[in-house]
Design a protein. Structure first.
Lengths: 569, 112
């Protein structure tokens, strides 16, 4: 199935299929630009159009078809020749005339060209100024638009800055032709000729088809329709351009994201910088969450399918920019759209199935008894560059989610309680995960060394595992908090209400009232300001109460007086 | 000096004369003129001719009228104008002179 487009050629309607239309349109516009500025150009073009109509009619009758195809257009081009060809032969006489009649060249000026405009005529104006083909300037703008927003803004600014060539003199200046009487006369005459020609043809047609020439209503309606068409075309073009820009921006984001998924799940090197999760989770982040099972494959296929549409779009856009629209663009669009929808469904499916496996949580607890009454807490630091939320190697998944707290116990020995938390599809899988933690703690003398991360088997996958450790200290024990544990300590309560960060590098003793700093120089109280505020509030309340008391006693006095008066009565 | 340019120049001068010649022997549609010229291998593609016809018409050498066509749009039916007739005659004279001159110059002198 093919869409056809109706055209009116020399008063005859032809149905052209899409490829034929595009080819014919570009051919005709090339003919027009080749003949541009030539004497009687409008008439020549009308003659050529009539001839093409003749050839089309002939071929349609010959091959018993109703639709003009690309083959017919090729035949026309072969018969009539390339526009450059029939320019060449004329050129010699024309340049002769030009140099003999008028040797002086006038200064060119930059105008927008309203006669050959697609949007605002900026590109064709520039092309006229530099004497090149408009296509190149348009391609340049498109190219700029693709890589940066510069193209867009340049175009808008130029649109605003360049005046439109309205008068004949301006149009001549735009092309760099001298503005003199004979040239203006020529241009005006050409315009008039073309109008006359059209009018004459119209009359001829009406006569030919037996219509009433005086049927003015029809021509008035036609005129109104033409005006409306022009206005709507402009509006649609404008909306279209905005949509294209939005589409390009949105599309490139989507493209980058999808490329990221493909690159990370297949470990395509060199694309790491494109990936969102590559930066946050490490290159294998997705694999750690999704595993290597069916879901990963579903996600990969989904991502690839979603990529097809923007890819096809890009291809047909480039093809269009080069003036050769794809003949089977429709098939591309449909397959692209279908695969996009299918891909999206697959992506959503894999997202939901991953989400489900986070449903239930479970906690396991291990308790270690520690000997001694003096501790020195340290941590093995992960290098700053390698900081991660989680990371996969061949067998293990390392997760950096460890928090350590210190609390008081009335036991006689210190204990370290580790809570392993994990999530899963159901209770048993969550529990199984919570049991398979690996978190070695080394004790050498008084020094306790922690890791900033714990490990789980790779197969366990990332299911929001976390480790919460609590060090229970008997009263009288002392503990030194090395600055290296900065990343794992979390909200340790202490008598001075000091922040964790300030507690580091000091020795603390567990007392009945809580942790007390042994070697702090000047202890910052957490809430001196807060205390003042509370005092003020209490004062206020007291004042209020006093006032209330006064009021009440006054009231009582008044009532007593009243009572007395009543009794006296 | 390109041979192609020279050829084109020669052909162009003759082309106008030939068009007038075709019309001298009877009125014709543009497509008829083209067909004859193509037959004589004076032109290769049709597009060349339309600007030329328009120029000759604007110069007042040709006239045209619209004629209905059984297949396709109405056609332009060209004929020589008064001025065109004279023009053609004059060109004919010039052409014969030229032909003679070229013959005399380019053929070997044995037959003089």
């Amino acid at each position: 199935m093919n869409k056809t487009i109706n055209i009116n050629l020399a008063g005859i309607i032809f149905h052209l299929d899409e490829p034929a239309y595009e080819a014919f349109k570009s051919y005709l516009s090339r003919v027009k630009s080749a003949l541009d500025g030539q004497e009687g150009a409008a008439e020549i073009i009308a003659d050529i159009e009539a001839r093409i109509a003749e050839i089309f009619s002939m071929r349609i009758a010959e091959f018993k078809r109703e639709v003009v195809t690309a083959l017919d257009v090729d035949f026309v081009i072969n018969t009539l020749g390339q526009p450059e060809d029939f320019q060449d032969e004329e050129d010699a006489t024309f340049s002769d005339q030009n140099t003999s009649s008028n040797g002086t060249k006038t200064k060119k000026r930059l105008y927008r060209n309203p006669d050959e405009s697609y949007i605002g005529g900026v590109a064709s104006g520039i092309a006229a100024y530099f004497g090149t083909d408009t296509v190149w300037i348009r391609l340049l703008f498109l190219g700029l638009l693709f890589f940066t927003p510069i193209g867009f803004f340049t175009y808008i600014i130029l649109w605003a800055a360049m005046p439109e060539a309205k008068t004949t003199a301006q149009k001549l200046q735009m092309r760099g032709e001298p503005v003199n009487l004979s040239n203006i006369e020529k241009s005006v005459k050409e315009e008039l000729d073309s109008v006359k020609e059209r009018f004459g043809r119209f009359r001829q047609e009406s006569k030919g088809s037996g219509k009433n020439v005086a049927d003015g209503l029809q021509s008035v309606l036609a005129f109104i329709f033409m005006v409306l068409e022009t206005i709507f075309t402009f509006i649609f073009k404008f909306i279209g351009i905005i949509l294209i820009i939005i589409g390009i921006i949105f599309g490139s984001f989507l493209l980058l994201g999808m490329l990221g998924v493909v690159a990370t799940t297949w470990n395509i090197g060199g694309l790491e910088y494109l990936t969102f999760d590559g930066a946050v989770l490490g290159l294998n982040g997705l694999e750690a969450i999704i595993g290597t099972g069916t879901t990963l494959n579903v996600l990969r296929i989904g991502a690839l399918l979603t990529l097809l549409l923007p890819l096809f779009g890009l291809i047909s856009l480039i093809a269009r920019a080069f003036g050769k629209p794809l003949a089977n663009a429709r098939i591309l669009n449909i397959t692209g759209g279908a695969s996009f929808a299918l891909g999206l469904i697959l992506l959503i499916y894999s997202g939901i199935s991953v989400g489900k496996s986070f449903k239930v949580g479970a906690t396991e607890m291990t308790t270690t008894t520690l000997s001694g009454n003096q501790f020195d807490l340290r941590a093995d630091l992960i290098e700053e560059n390698d900081a991660f939320l989680f990371e996969v190697d061949d067998t293990q998944l390392r997760i950096e989610n460890v928090q350590l707290n210190i609390k008081k116990t009335f036991d006689t020995t210190a204990t370290l309680v580790l809570k392993h938390r994990a999530r899963g599809k159901n209770n048993s899988s969550a529990r199984l995960r919570a049991q398979s933690f690996e978190y070695p703690i080394r004790q050498t003398g008084t020094v306790l060394t922690f890791n900033e991360f714990f490990s789980v088997p790779k197969e366990a996958l990332y299911r929001a595992q976390e480790l919460r450790g609590t060090l229970y200290l008997p009263i009288g024990t002392e503990v030194f908090l090395d600055p290296s544990i900065e990343n794992i300590v979390y909200d340790i309560e202490n008598y001075h209400n000091m922040l964790d960060r300030k507690m580091l590098g000091h020795t603390w003793r567990m007392e009945r009232k809580g942790l007390v700093c042994v070697d702090c120089q000047d202890i910052e109280y957490y809430s001196s300001d807060d205390l003042n505020e509370i005092d003020e509030a209490i004062d206020e309340v007291n004042d209020g109460l006093e006032n209330l008391e006064d009021d009440i006693s006054e009231e009582i006095e008044r009532l007593e007086l009243e009572l007395k008066r009543l009794k006296n009565k | 000096m390109k041979i192609e340019n020279t050829k084109a120049q020669m052909r162009k001068g003759i082309l106008e004369y030939c068009i007038l010649g075709i019309l001298q022997s009877g009125d014709a549609y543009a497509s008829d003129i083209i067909a004859q010229l193509k037959n004589a291998k004076l032109i290769v593609v049709e597009g060349t001719l339309y600007p030329l016809l328009t120029r000759l018409k604007n110069a007042g050498l040709l006239e045209y009228r619209w004629e209905e066509s059984s297949s396709g749009p109405p056609r332009k039916y060209y004929s020589l104008s008064e001025m065109g007739q004279q023009f053609q005659k004059e060109l004919k004279g010039t052409w014969e002179e030229l032909q003679q001159a070229v013959d005399i110059i380019t053929t070997p002198k044995s037959t003089s």
